[in-house]
Design a protein around this ligand. Structure first.
Ligand code: THG
Length: 262
């Protein structure tokens, strides 16, 4: 599982404050703690409170690459914000994200090619978030058609079915688990899959328990990558155990210690 740490997000008050005060230390500590907990990459989002994401995003990139060379996942709905991050990035990058709208695909696929970035395609369009499996598959097919036409390498594409909070869309969670498997069947070679895990438990109690139970199920549906909180130790242990049960890790009595990344 390719783990992308979610904690550098202006949605969190410490990061919002760090952006406002240009406090490098808070951001760098948050980066290093997530990596020490097992993150393979870091999601960077200025969040809704940022008044100047065009300046905040490249600042985040520069500050973080002073302390790590892990890949950076540039998270914004605005292609210009992502591009400002790409311009200064020395580390590998992941564009997070393009929707299935043609206008977005025509900007972000060429940008990903230009900067040799991976690309996350989310199954959302101007019509909103899909309400069923068929709509999710249709949007995934649109993204695959456009990346194919533009010669974007499919192994660098991650499809995201968009996880909804369980307290607002309980009936859709099972669909999401099923489309994770079905995305793999739409094309050969198959695209990779990704989810924003914590979405599922927003506004719910027992967040960590819901997150780790869902992650275990998504791993069984072939999930390749997740944006999650790597500092949640029980979540990380559940992930290692799910991969053990699927025969991706070799069993020994001390398997948790053996597979915990340092
Ligand atoms: N897909 C893709 N990218 C994404 C998401 C996705 N990026 C953003 C998000 N979803 C993933 N990241 C988070 C980060 C934090 C939370 C959820 C998802 C979260 N935050 C607390 C909350 O809202 O309750 C904030 C608590 C606080 O303020 O301290 O849950 O799906 N491609």
């Amino acid at each position: 599982m390719f783990i992308i740490g979610e904690l550098i997000n202006g949605m969190y008050s410490n990061i919002a404050l760090a952006l406002k005060d240009r406090d490098k230390k808070i951001v760098q500590t948050c980066a290093l703690e997530q990596i020490a907990s097992g993150a393979d990459a870091l999601d960077l989002s200025c969040g809704p409170a940022s008044k100047n994401p065009l300046i905040d995003m490249p600042w985040l990139v520069e500050v973080i690459q002073e302390v790590t060379d892990k890949p950076l996942c540039l998270d914004s709905g605005k292609p210009k914000v992502i591009e400002e991050g790409l311009k200064v990035a020395k580390n590998k990058t992941i564009i997070n994200s393009t929707t299935a709208d043609v206008e977005k695909l025509e900007i972000l696929i060429p940008l990903a090619k230009k900067y040799r970035s991976k690309l996350i395609g989310i199954t959302i369009s101007a019509k909103g978030i899909p309400q069923n499996k068929d709509q999710r598959l249709e949007l995934a097919a649109t993204i695959l058609t456009h990346t194919g036409e533009q010669g974007f390498p499919i192994e660098d594409l991650y499809l995201d079915p968009i996880v909804m909070p369980i307290n607002v869309a309980q009936g859709q969670i099972r669909d999401i688990l099923e489309v994770l498997l079905e995305f793999k069947m739409i094309s050969q070679p198959p695209p990779k899959t990704i989810i924003g895990l914590s979405n599922i438990s927003q506004g719910a109690k027992a967040r960590s328990l819901i997150n780790r139970t869902f992650l275990s199920m998504a791993v069984a549906s072939g999930l390749d990558s997740a944006i999650l909180n790597p500092k949640d130790k029980e979540l990380m242990d559940a992930l290692i155990t799910a991969e053990l049960i699927l025969n991706k890790n070799i069993y020994c009595d001390s398997y948790l210690e053996a597979y915990r990344k340092k």
